[in-house]
Write a protein that binds this ligand. Structure first.
Ligand SMILES: [Zn+2]
Length: 68
């Protein structure tokens, strides 16, 4: 379905695994948008805005959210 390459961990270069979504309010534009959670084999946790797939991964300050 998606032709996008899976993102790699910016910290260790490991494969990232998607771990669900969290609804957040974005400071930028005041919209409520889902964040996609990602975790690598080295247990680094990142997230991205679901409507901005080209954006860089940001470190997730709430790693406990991963995987519910
Ligand atoms: Zn990593």
């Amino acid at each position: 379905m998606s032709t996008e390459a899976r993102p790699l961990c910016p910290e260790c270069g490991g494969q990232l695994k998607a771990g669900g979504m969290v609804l957040c309010k974005r400071e930028d534009d005041g919209r409520r948008v889902c964040r996609l959670l990602w975790k690598c084999v080295g247990r680094h946790v990142w997230w991205t805005w679901s409507d901005r797939p080209g954006d860089e991964l940001e470190p997730c300050p709430h790693p406990q959210l991963f995987g519910g």
